[in-house]
Design a protein around this ligand. Structure first.
Ligand SMILES: [Zn+2]
Length: 406
């Protein structure tokens, strides 16, 4: 069972009805050709909604489908995301497939994690590495001159679409960078471990590959230029090359941080992947942090895992204590993402990750805890080995105490 949605106000019942009908039609379609029929109509209606500058009707359709038609709900999300991140643009009689992409970076630091404007020289190094290792040979592409924290990504569907349109247009026009006004960016929360995103857009001649992994080996239709060998690369090989070369390009930005590049991909797909992978990454970051700050090895630590509920299971909270003590030194939240629910094997994933981190002592509390936060600082409260929720208290004077990990 998935988490319930908080209902949204319906602005136009007729529009909501029609969009729900199209999504349900698509979900029940019996052929590829019928899919195309529903998809085209659905895309046109979604575009009209995005142009109104208001997400209410789209959200209301999701509410409705959530309760009545889970297959239609999935199709509708997919259709909204497609309408936001990709399109076909025409310039001087030539059609271009355009896509907003994201390149996520997982990072942690005891000091501060950078966000905001990216210097010209770092951008230009990133461009070289993206072109050489990630993107197909014949594409035009732009990068936004900003490193976005999760709080700084556009909020909601039409704002995301607005940014995508800006990036697409620049890519088709053959520009290199798109300037983001740093004063329009939200403040970034301070965490020990967090995600950063580079955003950009790719414009490829219609029907041609966008990413290197789409290129066929020596195929005549893909004109391989420059020093590209024409060899076919798997996504895994491309990721490794990007991690090696992209890391060097980003190093000047991430002084004093550990960081790991994920594979650049379509905006929504990259975002979801980052959300999933950020969880084990934070766990490793936390254990490294505890070991180095307390000067102890991981086998002196114990982890307490407990499920936290609102109406449904929302997240697991994991506390770290010394092996023989009950005081919670630090805590992290392992949120459910995507389709995960209480039937998913999340606890095993958490335990496996803890073992990878060298923590052999784990306690699972099979009790339903309610989502509770500190009334003063808003930090989540964490389970202690006695089964109570408490404030994590780091045993050291100084700044690091206030750094909450999310
Ligand atoms: Zn507090």
């Amino acid at each position: 069972m998935k988490k319930p949605r908080v209902p949204h106000r319906i602005k136009s019942p007729r529009v909501v009805q029609e969009l729900s009908r199209l999504a349900a039609g698509l979900a029940a379609s019996g052929s590829r050709i019928e899919d195309a029929f529903w998809e085209n109509r659905l895309a046109a209606k979604i575009h009209a909604q995005l142009r109104t500058g208001d997400d209410q009707n789209l959200e209301a359709v999701l509410d409705q489908l959530y309760d009545t038609d889970s297959a239609g709900y999935g199709e509708f999300i997919y259709a909204i995301e497609a309408a936001i991140e990709c399109s076909v643009l025409t310039k001087e009689g030539h059609g271009y497939d355009v896509l907003m992409f994201a390149a996520p970076v997982l990072t942690w630091s005891r000091f501060s994690i950078p966000s905001g404007p990216v210097t010209e020289s770092v951008l230009s190094d990133l461009r070289v590495q993206l072109q050489a290792h990630v993107l197909a040979a014949d594409v035009q592409f732009v990068l936004a001159d900003c490193l976005f924290s999760p709080d700084q990504l556009p909020r909601g569907y039409h704002l995301t679409h607005e940014l995508a349109s800006k990036l697409w247009t620049a890519a088709v026009a053959g520009q290199q960078d798109v300037h983001i006004n740093p004063r329009q960016l939200a403040e970034t929360g301070r965490f020990l471990s967090d995600t950063r995103y580079l955003l950009g857009a790719i414009a490829a001649p219609q029907g041609k590959p966008m990413f290197r992994w789409q290129e066929a080996n020596g195929s005549s239709e893909d004109k391989i230029v420059g020093n590209s060998s024409g060899a076919k690369f798997s996504k895994q090989e491309i990721l490794l090359a990007w991690q090696t070369q992209g890391t060097e390009a980003l190093r000047p930005l991430f002084q004093g941080c550990a960081f790991e590049l994920l594979i650049p991909d379509g905006f929504f797909s990259a975002w979801r992947m980052a959300d999933r992978l950020a969880r084990p990454y934070s766990m490793h970051a936390t254990v490294d942090f505890l070991q180095s700050t307390l000067s102890i090895s991981a086998n002196r630590l114990r982890a307490v895992i407990a499920p936290f509920y609102d109406q449904w299971l929302e997240e697991y909270r994991i506390s770290f204590t010394l092996k023989d003590r009950d005081e919670v030194l630090y805590g992290i939240v392992w949120a459910l993402v995507g389709d995960e629910d209480e039937n998913s094997d999340t606890v095993t994933q958490i335990e496996t990750t803890l073992q990878e981190c060298g923590i052999a002592h784990t306690t699972f509390l099979d009790t339903r805890f309610l989502l509770e936060y500190c009334e003063e600082c808003g930090a989540p409260l964490f389970p202690n080995p006695e089964g109570e929720v408490v404030h994590a208290e780091f045993p050291e004077e100084g700044e690091v105490v206030q750094v909450h990990l999310h």
